[in-house]
Ligand binder design. Structure first.
Ligand code: FAD
Ligand code: NAD
Length: 476
């Protein structure tokens, strides 16, 4: 666009935001011959959060932190890791752009989108304005970090979001993490491996509080053994900058405490990115939590406008954004029956080392729902039939299955073990297709693999020990 120019185009499909679901939909519809416009506000974000500032750079850093040997100098190792990860994301951003740019039917427009009305969006880039009208519009603008209202935090020179840290080449001496969710704990573990002192301040009384106590204890133990300071019930009240670091004032049980850190990661959650979208001009309703309101087919209050990914307030994971794509693609190209209600047994992985993966119900939740519960659980170190953990040299963790004793169907699983980010997908698949625990336990698996541990834990061979309580677990 030339300076101060204002022009208009029409399209079959307009996608706002280059996220996982939106880019996949744009490519699919483009290949179907539809005229598609993709609007992305930043040329540094082609491909969206996951590949630029989310999953990919963080997991690449976890890997690089893990392969640091004790003799490797911390600062240079860390700096090289940041450099390598920047190269990786640059490459992936280019490939993502190419994926759409090489399609004749798809146009990528760089600028910030805002609704003029329910069928037209204005894209602003500097002084230029472009009006785009489309029969179908998909909002895929993702989420942004929450910065809590703590005195001195916002203006602190030591405060960082996850995105800031990914661009920080100096390894913090002491990293304080506010918030012990997925993001906070992954960064805590990773920076400890790089050689920083790490403290995590969590407001909730328990870390990984949604999990059963026996599972949470193992996760917390891994952090403590790594030398990470975990503080629960922490109410952070103030941050005060000094010349070399900041003092964090917080309270536990009303008692005041302090902590000094030269970097403070704010990891207190993310909220849907709707600011400046002009949703009211399009008649698009939002929820109390600030997400775009959608039905089970991801239609907003304007049926020709969909909202997919983090912005619709669903679980904030890349694979959920991709599944959102499947639902919208089914409406645009299929019979339109696919919906969010079809989602069962969605797995999750926290990428610490060893990774912590879950699916389905916890033992507590299963009991609360009235299931006749059978538990099969064993510490990885005490399973004899999983030599892979010994080959790798990491036998930390626990494998726990929650089983419906009446039907032998798996209700849930928590796997803290090497390879769990892969193995959990098999468990989820078994749950989705009603494969009984016994069948999973008697299947043939390659050897040596982590999956073969199921033979010992879930198989029907007489020597299998099935723990029924946390006490059994400890004695197993
Ligand atoms: C540090 C971190 C680590 C994570 N790790 C994992 C992980 O390991 N596994 C996992 O599954 N998930 C992970 N997540 C979550 C995952 O990244 C998100 O759930 C996912 O990327 C959201 O995708 P999306 O499709 O909603 O949109 P996004 O990928 O967030 O894309 C939204 C795009 O919209 C653009 N945009 C916003 N507003 C406008 C506008 N007005 N006009 C034009 N463009 C706009 C943004 O610039 C952005 O590029 C992580 C997140 C973070 C922050
Ligand atoms: N491996 C993965 O899949 C992965 C990794 C990173 C992030 N993510 C996604 O990104 C999203 C954001 O992650 P997140 O960890 O920031 O959010 P989160 O909501 O998972 O965790 C935020 C944590 O901060 C705590 N908290 C909130 N306010 C606080 C305060 N003032 N002081 C101390 N603690 C406070 C909360 O109790 C909670 O434990 C998540 O929803 C997750 O889906 C996924």
């Amino acid at each position: 666009m030339s300076e101060a120019e204002s022009i208009g185009v029409t399209a079959d499909l307009l996608v706002i935001g280059f996220g996982k679901g939106g880019k996949t939909l744009a490519a699919t519809m483009g290949r179907e011959g539809k005229k598609v416009v993709m609007v992305e506000q930043s040329d540094q974000m082609y491909g969206g959060t996951c590949i630029n500032i989310g999953c990919i750079p963080t997991k690449a850093l976890v890997h690089r932190a893990d392969v640091r040997r004790p003799g490797d100098e911390r600062q240079s190792w860390y700096q090289d890791a940041i450099g390598a990860v920047t190269d990786l994301t640059t490459m992936m951003r280019g490939k993502n752009f190419q994926m759409l740019d090489t399609l004749d039917t798809v146009t990528v427009v760089t600028g910030k989108a805002s609704f003029l009305d329910s069928t037209t969006v204005e894209v602003a880039a500097g002084d230029d304005r472009l009006a785009i009208s489309a029969g179908t519009i998909v909002i895929n603008t993702g989420s942004v970090p929450v910065i809590p209202d703590i005195r001195g935090l916002r203006k602190s020179e030591y405060m960082a979001t996850s995105t800031d840290l990914l661009h920080t080449e100096k390894l913090p001496r002491h990293l304080a993490v506010i918030g012990g969710g997925y993001l906070g704990l992954e960064f805590a573990a990773m920076y400890r491996q790089f050689g920083s002192e790490v403290s995590v301040l969590e407001a909730f009384p328990k870390f990984v509080g949604r999990e059963d106590d026996d599972v949470a204890e193992v996760v917390v133990g891994i952090f403590r053994d790594q030398g990470i300071t975990l503080i629960t019930d922490a109410k952070v009240t103030e941050v005060e900058d000094g010349s070399a670091d900041a003092t964090i004032y917080y309270e536990v049980d009303g008692r005041p405490r302090t902590l000094k850190a030269d970097k403070i990661l704010v990891a207190t959650g993310r909220v849907p990115a709707i600011e400046g979208l002009g949703l009211d001009r399009a008649g698009i309703r939002t929820t109390e939590g600030g997400a775009i309101e959608v039905d089970e087919h991801l239609r907003t209050s304007q049926p020709h406008i969909y909202a997919i990914g983090d912005v619709n307030g669903g679980p904030m994971f890349t694979y959920i954004s991709l599944d959102d794509y499947r639902i919208v693609a089914d409406r645009l190209l299929g019979d339109g029956r696919r919906s969010t209600a079809d989602r069962v047994a969605v797995p999750h992985t926290m990428f610490i080392t060893p990774p912590f993966s879950t699916v389905g119900l916890t033992e507590t939740a299963a009991r609360e729902r009235g299931y006749n519960v059978r538990i099969a659980a064993k510490p990885v170190a005490q399973t004899t039939a999983t030599p892979r953990a010994r080959i790798i040299g990491d036998t930390r963790g626990l494998i726990k299955f929650v089983i419906d004793a009446d039907t032998d169907l798996i209700l849930g699983a928590a796997l803290i073990s090497i390879d769990s980010q892969e193995v959990i997908n098999l468990v989820a698949f078994a749950m989705r297709h009603d494969v009984p625990a016994g069948e999973l336990g008697n299947a043939i698996y390659s050897h040596p693999s982590t999956t073969e541990g199921f033979n010992e834990l879930l198989g029907t061979v007489a020597r299998v020990r099935v723990a029924v309580s946390t006490a059994d677990l400890e004695n197993a």
